[in-house]
Design a protein around this ligand. Structure first.
Ligand SMILES: Nc1ncnc2c1ncn2[C@@H]1O[C@H](COP(=O)(O)OP(=O)(O)OP(=O)(O)O)[C@@H](O)[C@H]1O
Length: 226
């Protein structure tokens, strides 16, 4: 992403954001409400256009060609409420040539979901588990997970994080947006802090811990103190 700007009407959502993400990394995209995390993900997923600047995936400009490389889990479900879990899987299989049905079934088991469950009756946390299963069952190069465990109870969070680490394809990268920093920081290789649409920090987790002698959560609280 190079010099990306985005505004909604008069409201600035991203300001001159430039960053590069390598492969095989799990990256935390951290910021408070309204800081621009979803906007950044939607630009990388090709769902919205920047006002200026460029975004590329594997050297190709974001567009039709890169949509096949990116698996996006939005913060609101993409599935229809009439569907059962098995319909959602079928929908993804029909739509994405890189969808791996065997992986999806293994993940469903891990997540305690059943093929016959009706999506409209799933709790928020169970719905997130389903969306995560769908997103990670594609063999993509870049996974964008927007607040993947916000609705999952604290007891199950650890298990879901283990699923992310276990089921993602290690040649790919995952960007996870969240403000549940303490719960998730153990799986991050790098973190990006974004505040009021501006990138304020992008570094390896190890470097931050060494340089500042703090956990990412403490660093986050310090940077975002109001
Ligand atoms: N469709 C839209 N129309 C107008 N303003 C928008 C729209 N989408 C986002 N914004 C504004 O752009 C800014 C960035 O929003 P964005 O959703 O990217 O933040 P976020 O970091 O993902 O927030 P959250 O953690 O609350 O989900 C916010 O000020 C928001 O109000």
């Amino acid at each position: 992403m190079d010099q990306v700007n985005k505004n909604y009407g008069g409201k600035i959502a991203l300001q001159n954001v430039s960053l590069t993400v390598g492969s095989g990394r799990i990256i935390g995209l951290l910021g408070t409400n309204g800081s621009g995390k979803s906007t950044m993900m939607k630009i990388a997923a090709g769902l919205i256009q920047p006002a200026s600047g460029t975004a590329e995936i594997l050297g190709r400009p974001v567009g039709l060609e890169t949509k096949a490389l990116v698996s996006f889990m939005p913060d609101r479900p993409l599935t229809e409420s009439w569907m059962k879990v098995k319909d959602a899987l079928q929908f993804y299989e029909d739509f994405y040539t890189d969808f791996d049905p065997l992986k999806a079934e293994r993940m469903l088991q891990f997540m305690n979901l059943n093929l016959g469950d009706k999506i409209s009756t799933l709790s928020k946390g169970m719905n997130e588990r389903l969306q995560l299963t769908l997103a990670l069952s594609r063999n993509a190069s870049l996974y964008l997970l927007d607040e993947p465990i916000g609705g999952v109870d604290p007891v199950a969070r650890g298990k879901i994080l283990d699923a992310i680490v276990e089921f993602y394809n290690e040649d790919s990268s995952i960007i996870i947006s969240t403000h549940l920093v303490r719960d998730i920081e153990r799986i991050f290789d790098e973190v990006i802090f974004i505040r009021n649409g501006e990138l304020v920090l992008h570094d390896e987790v190890e470097n931050i811990r060494l340089k500042h002698g703090k956990s990412i959560d403490d660093m986050f609280k310090e940077v975002f103190a109001e």
